[in-house]
Ligand binder design. Structure first.
Ligand code: PLP
Length: 473
């Protein structure tokens, strides 16, 4: 009875989750929101309670409550603004051939949600479920997501010449060890909700393993195509986690053409970057999360290693949604979009003042994740860099290796080369004067360095000879 009264009270204030947690009914699986409650809930009405199933236990009715959290309303074309795309339906690109953006009833959500209560929830990026598209929590696929750490890196800042604050957000701690888990976790969950079970995708490596892992957990079949230069570990981790993967003697956009060409014959769904709307929603959680980690005040500058651009577009979308909810103010960080000198289509278009980017031929870089010769969301990324007062830059691939190993050594953090590229851009920004000491800088390390070929600088000891300790120092 006590539970019943309390539950009514919490329902009235819309804080169902807080109640459930306080009443010890919160499953440790966080986002998997199926709660057994022993109380009479027959007459309750709340938009985020989706279904009840009941059975009589003694005098009481045992209710299995499934709480749906999504406030999605529809999808919108990113170029024409057309809103003719229903939520809950399978979508690829818009009719104009451009990315679709999920839209939410933020006014309604604003009335019931509390930012600190949301942030305190467990479940990593699934804690933001009101702002994610999955309607039925039974479709949420979880692999132990957690919020990724914000590492203060003042030794690296000093090494790079930045006298102000430097924080590195380490996305290598997510399932499958890269930020790709955010996008694929949500996209695969949505695929499940939409009844899709055969998925195909081009990848530079990290997205492939994230797709394989989430899809295997959901018993789905995956067809993954990567350039033959993709790091070996990305290929093997993908197969070990149940993905079917092919190396292609071309670039990621050539792999994308295979996915498009096979759609009818193979009956697979195309999960290419920004060619379906829900990977973006997952990437958006990076922006939501860092806003909360900064105490709902954004940093002054964000550096992100960028290929297709979903993370940049996702973070920007997150900031807009947070502002509409009244959870942050209008201030935005300068978004620094980082590419490599070996593949810099967006940087070239930015320098030329173009709206779109042309294909980069003969792309090649040590930072394989950002080897994307052409991106369907190019105009979105370019807009964000300009609108934010940021820029799109290309760092010299030849300087990358040295900075990578120095940065890993300085902070004891195994960065990926893409993360090191973002640090190199910071170094250039300081020396060229477009980053100043009063700016609080966030650099996103997008994956774990273990996935890449690492320099082997170990010494060798020959046991047949006497040990020479003097040579160790
Ligand atoms: C480690 C890493 N960083 C950055 C990127 C670039 O991400 P996006 O294509 O979303 O810009 C990738 C993409 O594969 C990646 O694997």
């Amino acid at each position: 009875m006590l539970y019943l009264i309390k539950f009514y009270k919490w329902l009235l204030t819309g804080k169902v989750d807080s109640f459930l947690r306080k009443a010890n009914l919160w499953g440790d699986n966080g986002g998997n929101i199926s709660y057994p409650l022993y109380c009479d809930l027959q007459h309750l009405r709340l938009s985020n309670i989706q279904s009840f199933t009941g059975s009589i236990v003694g005098q009481k009715i045992r209710k299995e409550i499934v709480v749906t959290k999504s406030y999605i309303t529809h999808l919108e074309c990113s170029i024409t603004g057309s809103t003719a795309y229903a939520a809950g339906a399978v979508h690829g690109l818009s009719g104009a051939g451009r990315p679709l953006m999920a839209r939410y009833d933020l006014d309604a959500l604003k009335k019931v949600a509390d930012r600190d209560e949301v942030w305190e929830r467990p479940g990593g990026f699934w804690k933001w479920r009101e702002l994610l598209p999955v309607q039925n929590s039974e479709n949420v696929i979880q692999l132990g997501e957690q919020s990724t750490p914000m590492m203060s890196c003042q030794k690296t800042a000093a090494y790079l010449g930045h006298e102000g604050e430097l924080v590195v957000k380490d996305e290598g701690r997510l399932p499958t060890a890269s930020f790709k888990a955010r996008g694929l976790g949500v996209a695969v969950s949505m695929a499940k909700e939409l009844g899709l079970n055969r998925l195909a995708m081009p990848t530079n490596g990290n997205a492939g393993s994230a797709l394989a892992a989430y899809a295997s957990k959901a018993d789905m079949e995956t067809f993954i195509f990567c350039p033959d230069e993709t790091p070996l570990i990305n290929v093997t981790e993908t197969t070990l986690q149940g993905g079917k993967i092919w190396r292609v003697n071309g670039m990621i956009d050539d792999c994308g053409k295979i996915v498009a060409a096979g759609k009818e014959t193979m009956g697979w769904f195309d999960l290419s970057t920004l060619k379906e709307p829900y990977r973006l929603e997952g990437k958006k959680t990076l922006g939501l999360e860092l806003a909360a980690q900064y105490g709902w005040q954004l940093p002054d500058v964000i550096f992100f290693p960028t290929g297709g651009g979903t993370a940049v577009v996702g973070m920007w979308k997150a900031f807009d949604e947070l502002e509409a909810l009244g959870w942050i103010g209008p201030k935005r960080p300068k978004m620094i979009v980082v590419q490599s000198s070996g593949c810099a289509p967006l940087a070239r278009a930015y320098d030329a003042g173009e709206k779109h980017a042309t294909r980069w031929e003969n792309a090649s870089t040590l930072a394989s994740g950002i080897r994307v010769p052409q991106a369907v969301g190019d105009f979105l990324v370019l807009d964000i860099a300009r609108q934010s007062g940021g820029r799109v830059v290309a760092v010299d691939d030849n300087e990358l290796m040295e900075l990578w190993s120095d940065a890993c050594r300085l902070e004891g953090m195994l960065l990926c080369p893409e993360g090191a590229a973002a640090l190199l851009a910071l170094k250039n920004g300081v020396s060229e004067g477009w980053i100043t000491a009063d700016e609080r800088v966030l650099v996103v390390n997008s994956g774990n360095g273990l996935k890449y070929d690492m320099p082997d600088t170990a010494g060798a000891i020959d046991l047949s000879k006497p040990l020479d300790f003097a040579s160790f120092v």
